[in-house]
Write a protein that binds this ligand. Structure first.
Ligand code: NDP
Length: 338
């Protein structure tokens, strides 16, 4: 139902989607399921990385309803199929540009322009890198942020994981199934990860931890040969032999598309009250607005909330098309409180 420049006015109005959802992943797919079941025929621009971060995960053990765990990609496939079953239109394409300054909102998917009365943003977050020249040079040649994707290539070899959160623990445990050994390099002497994950790591005979160490360089010309670390207390340099280095130091929100059009916090996350942003008719859910929980289940739950909020906002008689004013998120919350 997209339109290209030059469509006549009537066609243009008829072609306005009730809801466009930007981003596939637990939040976007759940929003799509709820919006589709409310007969709002949502259009979902999933992005080329459809499925989000769960596509890079193996066992998901904490999503309720799966007592034996479920594979991340399988869970995403189920959510996607469920949204499709109720009439959501899903497109594995990236949004290249948005205009949220007037309604109907304009969203360009590749070069095709789509119009919508409301927009749900669920673009998630992306893995962070250490930003070392050697890391960039060897990316794809042993340097990775995805153990599930790349661990297999280095089986029976030593590997390094950088980070001290749950992601680092998960990567290390996964890699320990195939690596000859795994060294976790962490910049402090205490993990941030949950105790259950830390316990599993501590008990694993193949995993050791290099505390108080930061990566100075990834050593190797065409492939990773070692990870050079500096002890933060003594300044001592050590080369840890490794065929691969997996970076698991957190994520940054994918909000580049919205900069200047929507209120973001100092880390780039979308500011929300509930799921409402500071632009009326634009809602956000999932990791793109979540600085605290960042779980598949919380993303899915906020996707449900965003769809319900959008539905009520559409039903409640949004004002006529035209310019929209972006107000501070708090001010919008007050004016739309139900
Ligand atoms: P976190 O922000 O929790 O942890 C990031 C880790 O990387 C921290 O230990 C941090 O160190 C370290 N770090 C950050 N920047 C750098 C840097 N430049 N150099 C070196 N180290 C750095 O991110 P995660 O991705 O691990 O987890 C995010 C959220 O997702 C958490 O809430 C987590 O619980 C959840 N999660 C849950 C999982 C599960 O339940 N199975 C699996 C994966 C994630 P420091 O501690 O010093 O700040």
């Amino acid at each position: 139902m997209g339109m290209r420049d030059g469509g006549d006015e009537e066609e243009r109005v008829n072609d306005v989607h009730d809801i466009i959802i930007i981003g596939g992943g637990p939040a976007g797919y759940t929003a799509a399921i709820y919006a589709a079941r409310a007969n709002l025929s949502p259009y979902v621009a999933e992005g080329f990385g459809a499925g989000g971060q769960l596509m890079l995960t193996t066992d998901v053990e904490n999503f309720p309803g799966f007592p034996d765990g479920v594979q991340g990609p399988e869970l995403m496939q189920h959510m996607r199929g469920q949204a499709e079953r109720f009439g959501a239109t899903l497109e594995s394409a990236d949004v290249s540009k948005v205009d949220l300054t007037s309604r109907p909102f304009r969203v360009w998917v590749d070069d095709e322009e789509h119009l919508a009365n409301s927009v749900i943003i669920s673009t998630g977050a992306s893995a962070r890198w250490l930003d070392l020249p050697s890391e960039s040079r060897l990316r794809g040649f042993g340097v990775s942020t995805c153990a599930t994707c790349d661990g297999f290539f280095f089986r029976d070899r030593p590997m390094v994981v950088v980070g001290g959160g749950d992601s680092a623990m998960e990567e290390a445990l996964f890699l320990a199934r195939m690596a000859s050994s795994v060294t976790i390099v962490h910049r402090r002497e205490a993990f941030r990860a949950s105790s259950i994950m830390v316990e599993r790591v501590r008990e694993h005979e193949k995993i050791r931890v290099r505390w108080n160490a930061v990566v100075e360089e990834v050593v190797g010309e065409e492939k990773v040969e070692a990870v050079r670390v500096r002890d933060t207390r003594t300044g001592e340099i050590e080369d840890i032999p490794a065929a691969a280095m997996f970076v698991a130091i957190g994520h940054d929100p994918n909000t580049g598309l919205f900069t200047g059009q929507i209120a973001l916090d100092e880390s780039g996350y979308i500011e929300t009250t509930g799921t409402r942003t500071n632009v009326e008719g634009v809602f956000a859910c999932g990791d793109v607005q979540d600085t605290i929980y960042k779980q598949a289940i919380t993303a899915a739950a906020s996707g449900c909330m965003a769809a319900m909020d959008a539905e009520r906002w559409l039903e409640g008689g949004m004002s006529s098309p035209g310019p929209v004013s972006a107000e501070p998120a708090g001010a919008v919350a007050q004016s739309t409180e139900r």
